[in-house]
Design a protein around this ligand. Sequence first.
Ligand code: GLU
Length: 440
Amino acid sequence: MTTTRFAPSPTGYIHVGNLRTALMNYLIARKAGGTFILRIDDTDPERSKEEYVDGIKQDLEWLGLQWDRVERQSERLEQYNAAADKLREMGRFYEAFETPVELDLKRKKQLNMGKPPVYDRAALNLSDAEKDALRAERGNGVWRFKLDHERIDWTDGILGDISIDASSVSDPVLIRGDGQLLYTLASVVDDTEMGVTDVVRGSDHVTNTATQIQIIKALGGDCPRFAHHSLLTGPQGEALSKRLGTLALRDLREAGVQPMALLSLMARLGSSDPVELRSDMAQLIDGFDINRFGAAPTKFDEQDLYPLTAHYLQTLPLSAVADQVSGVGVPGELAEAFWLMARGNISTLKDLGAWWQLCRDGAEPLIDDEDREFIAEAMALLPDDVDGDTWGSWTKAVKEATGRKGKGLFMPLRKALTGQERGPEMAVLLPLLQVIKARG
Ligand code: GLU
């Protein structure tokens, strides 16, 4: 059965970059009728925060990316230690004692000699006595997985055929000197034991995947299918990594972005399919195909989210936004008419308040000097009882009384009543203007 996982480290909130990973894994699982696991990668007790675990769940719930179960790596340390023992017994695990400064020096030397900065495996030559001495002097070493120096091949769901020479990669550290188990081992153990069939993650994990494939095989597991999506860049192709902090899902939600707008964009961005607004998750699931994504960096422009949000809001009935409409103060009996007026004239729900304020208090009229008399005459003709027919009958009466027609008739009236040159249909807006009733 298809099983995928989204595996955030709870060291921050989810941003648009992680969302892409979450969404792709979610859609693969749902399309196949499989399982979507939310895995909290919290093996680092110093950087992992409960507040972020909660935040990640809230953000996924806001989007409607419901997981089938939650796994926490911090609760599975026993399994990881068992796997580490197994690797030790197999002779694929070795302790190394270099300090970060020593490692850095080695790397610099290699680079100076034009060689790739790959760990030289000096620790493999240490005798037991030397290890004891180093341990006494420096404390426990780190544990490295001994890669087999052969090519590691896989067919990537997005990148196609990949082949990496293991000798160009350092033996990965799986356990730190202080005993902390690192992500690479934990992830491999989880993916194997949880029956994960498909792993989608960012292309910054390609080298990890190569080493993980060898670890999975060493532990006797089956390799999942891997797909690595390209990283997001800003609209001009600039790196987004530094800005990602400001593109947290909670900030976008705060700015009024609608989940369906965000999901519709992220489910298509970087694929050969056009971005189209989808009205529900079923449509997204139906239209998703990981193989249609390309390897090139994907441009993301936050501004694209607003037209999609506006477009989505236009399709909603009052029932979908009743709380927000009453939340800005619209009385129940006006709610339906108000929403039908407003929904085509907002970019996010945050604009509702301003429209209601205009209906309730009126706007600062915008009257050109040459229209003053005309507006005074027109206003005298406006009845106090206003309904859906009033705009038609009123403008007809004004036209007869003043001789104005077309734009010269309608535009000054709109500007006088709304303070704006553009906006909703006046026939729909007029009956909502409470100031007209209040006048009488
Ligand atoms: N915790 C890892 C990360 O956020 C998970 C990577 C993976 O999907 O294996 O980068």
